[in-house]
Design a binder for this molecule. Sequence first.
Ligand code: GAR
Length: 224
Amino acid sequence: MPGGPRRRATAVLISGRGSNLQALIDAAAAPDYPAEIVLVLSNRPEAKGLARAEAAGLPTRVIPHHAHATRPAFEAALTEALTEAGAELVCLAGFMRVLTETFVTRWQGRLVNIHPSLLPAFPGLDTHARALAAGVKLHGCTVHQVSAEVDQGPIIGQAAVPVLPGDDEPALAARVLEAEHRLYPLCLRLLAEDRIRVEGGRAVIQDPPEAGTLIMNPDQERPG
Ligand code: GAR
C-alpha cells in the first residue's frame, strides 16, 4: 500500500474450525486495517481453518505436534516457520497446544490469544458448560497477551453476553463465538497500532474505543 500506514505482518495459529481466523481474514481485507495475515499455521492437518486460509489466498503451513519428540522441538519448528514468514505478531485462534515459557518469552508482547470466557473466570477447557453449571448471568470472551501461565496474561479486551434461561452449551457457545468474532479483530488492531502498554501485569490501552457503562442481565424491566 504505497504511502499508506505499514500493515504489521501477522501469523494466525489454529487447530480446528478457524471461525476466529475468518473474522481476522475479513477484518484484514479492509485496506486501512493495520495488520495483514502473512501465515496461517496449524498443528493439525485436518483443521478446517486451513481451507479458509487457502480460499483467501493466504500461505499455510502444517506443523503436527506429534511429529516432534518434545515440546521445545515442536516450538522451535513453529518459531522457524513464523520467522521465515516474517511474522511480527502472532494470534492464537483456537490453537490447542500449551506453549512453554521459552516460546512465550520469545514472542512476549506480540503474542495474543482468544479465550471463551470472561477471564479470570473459567480458564482452561469446557468453559461454556462450567459457566452454565455455575449459574453465571453474564459470560463471554477475552483476548489477552500470552504469558507462561495458561490463560493468565494481561487482558486486552473482553466482550460479555447474557446467559439466557433455557440456554444449553451449544446455544451459549454460539452467542459467545459471535462476540469473539467482533472482539478479536478489534484487539488485533490495538496490538498492531502499538496501543497496548503493560504496566504491573495489566494491559493499558491508549485511546480505547468508547464502551457502554453498564451491561446488565436481567436488564431493567421494560414497560409494556
Ligand atoms: C474459540 O471459541 C476460542 O475461543 C477457543 O476455541 C474456539 C476456536 O474456534 N479457544 C480456546 O479454547 C483456547 N483455549 P474457531 O476455531 O472457530 O476460531
